[in-house]
Design a protein around this ligand. Structure first.
Ligand code: DGJ
Length: 527
């Protein structure tokens, strides 16, 4: 009897363990990579707080209701090394615990940003005891031997100090969040790099620069030769495609080679920190980058160097403050790198950019910067776009990585886009100034839900459909209804047959973000 009881208990414990949801992780879904949270794919409809907003928990508290009203489901927030380890080896997690508690009260997920050795290229977030002891914690140096306010990337002491702190953070997260999973990803460092010099010019760095390019990087280049970024490939080819040699022998002399070297040192350092952190608590980790002319961060020209030597970093992510959003989204969406936008300039275009990144590039999520700087964010186009994306998320997450989803982003320079979604070629055209107000941009997301049916949302668009499968060549609208999804069920608010579909010529999405709606469309075909 006693044995039967013990056996039953054992089986029960095992099955509870088996049922307890896994940690957040990344998983392939068709061609896409998705973030899985509590066993289900999760779309990050995010916003990044300003750097200092959660450096004081009282100031943080009033921010949440605004974010909730803006349909944000994930907040990206700073962890400052200085505040977390004020004395060497003495950790204070008060701010992190408070942030997580407040997020839970507001049913939000959190992505933590580890502001450790570098933040916006400089070392302003390192604790005072690191700043003061510049002999023990060396800096990147100029040619004349003077130091920069940047920790050296090649110092084991620097790396170990950051690593110990990051490990303590991840260990603490496992302890307080290992079951609830409020924290779903962590960014390691922030916009690393350096300028105006392209690399550290200390004696140690010079010596390393003269040594052979490490084998793991050479092997990666040889193995992935055809898929390398054009800039890296050209430099290597023009220098003779050598399979060994020092940095200048392999890539030629010049600024670019110095960028490659400095990127390798950053990637190696940060991978060491990420690897150690993952041993404590293996959350998905990413590194973000500015897209300006700094040397060392994972800009697209050096993504391959990062991929070669930083396998513990799951995603390399662009902070897009420049207007060429579609171009950057395409560069960072690769088969070995899912797209995630941790920062974007918080202007009126972000609602459309979120839809486009998620629809066209299977993005894991989107997050404009300084989300708490706007008191009326609930009325911002982002809030409306997130509302729609959240209603559509079951369809989006099911269809990412397939041909049944697409995104549209147009402006006056690129006023037309063709995209194949499901069985149709769709032509999207921006509504011109003469026809509508506010014609500067247009955007949308298209989901094929059946052979001839679509769910679409967008702004300032005309859409026409051309069948791609055998059968009658022309497409018309069998029925078009406008509405929303309430608890997953379609609720029609209007039927569109006349002016609202331009007498059957196109689907029409009005040019005002505030009117953003969903259309549920059935197409028919005729000769
Ligand atoms: C990019 C950085 O990553 C952010 O932390 C912040 O400094 C913004 N720039 C300011 O525009």
């Amino acid at each position: 009897m006693k044995y039967i009881l013990i056996l039953t208990l054992f089986v029960l414990v095992r099955s509870v363990r088996a049922q307890s949801p896994a940690l957040p992780y990344l998983k392939k879904h068709g061609d896409a990579t998705q973030l899985i949270v509590d066993g289900k794919p999760y779309l990050v409809l995010g916003g990044e707080l300003r750097n200092s907003s959660n450096s004081n928990l009282t100031n943080l508290r009033p921010i949440w209701p605004r974010l909730v009203k803006a349909n944000i489901n994930t907040v990206l927030a700073t962890v400052s090394w200085e505040q977390m380890e004020p004395q060497e080896g003495v950790f204070d997690f008060t701010l992190i615990d408070g942030l997580i508690d407040q997020a839970r009260e507001n049913k939000m997920k959190v992505i933590l940003l580890w502001f450790g050795s570098w933040k916006n290229t400089v070392s302003t977030y390192v604790p005072g005891w690191v700043k003061d002891d510049f002999k023990r914690f060396p800096r990147i140096q100029n040619a004349d031997g003077s130091g920069q306010e940047r920790l050296s990337t090649i110092s084991e002491t620097n790396k170990n100090a950051d690593k110990l702190a990051f490990k303590a953070l991840m260990r603490h997260l496992r302890k307080i969040d290992g079951t609830a999973h409020t924290v779903i990803m962590v960014q390691v460092e922030n916009e690393v790099g350096m300028y105006p010099n392209r690399r550290d010019l200390s004696a140690d760095a010079n010596a390393l620069f003269d040594k052979p390019v490490p084998g793991e990087l050479m092997n990666y280049l040889v193995k992935n030769m055809d898929a390398l970024s054009p800039v890296l490939k050209r430099a290597w080819t023009e220098a003779g495609s050598k399979k060994s040699g020092n940095w200048e022998e392999v890539f030629g002399k010049g600024r670019l080679t110095e960028d490659f070297f400095q990127s390798w040192t950053f990637a190696t350092y940060i991978n060491g920190i990420a690897e150690a952190g993952k041993k404590e608590y293996p959350l998905p980790l990413f590194v973000n980058t500015a897209l300006n002319e700094v040397s060392g961060g994972p800009q697209d020209k050096v993504m391959d160097i990062w991929k070669a030597v930083a396998p513990s970093i799951d995603l390399l992510t662009p902070d897009v403050y420049y207007p060429q959003f579609a171009e950057y989204a395409a560069r960072y969406h690769r088969s070995d790198n899912a797209l995630f936008i941790p920062e974007a300039r918080f202007d009126s275009s972000v609602g459309g950019k979120a839809m486009y990144a998620i629809g066209q590039h299977d993005a894991i999520g989107f997050s404009p910067f300084a989300i708490d700087g706007n008191d009326s964010i609930h009325a911002h186009p982002l809030a409306k776009s997130y509302k729609i994306l959240s209603q559509l998320s079951p369809y989006i997450l099911e269809n990412q990585g397939s041909k049944n989803i697409g995104g549209i982003l147009l402006d006056t320079i690129n006023p037309t886009q063709e995209l194949q979604v499901g069985n149709y070629m769709i032509t999207a055209t921006i509504v011109k100034k003469k026809q509508r107000l506010s014609p500067q941009s247009a955007y949308g997301i298209v989901l094929a839900t059946g052979e001839n049916s679509f769910i679409i949302s967008g702004c300032n668009l005309f859409l026409t459909f051309k069948p791609l499968t055998p059968g009658p060549a022309q497409a018309g609208f069998k029925n078009v209804s406008e509405g929303s999804f309430v608890n997953g069920m379609w609720r029609e608010t209007r039927r569109l047959n006349g002016d609202e579909i331009d007498d059957g010529r196109h689907l029409l999405f009005p040019g005002d973000d505030r009117e953003l709606s969903i259309q549920n469309v059935e197409i028919y075909r005729y000769e």
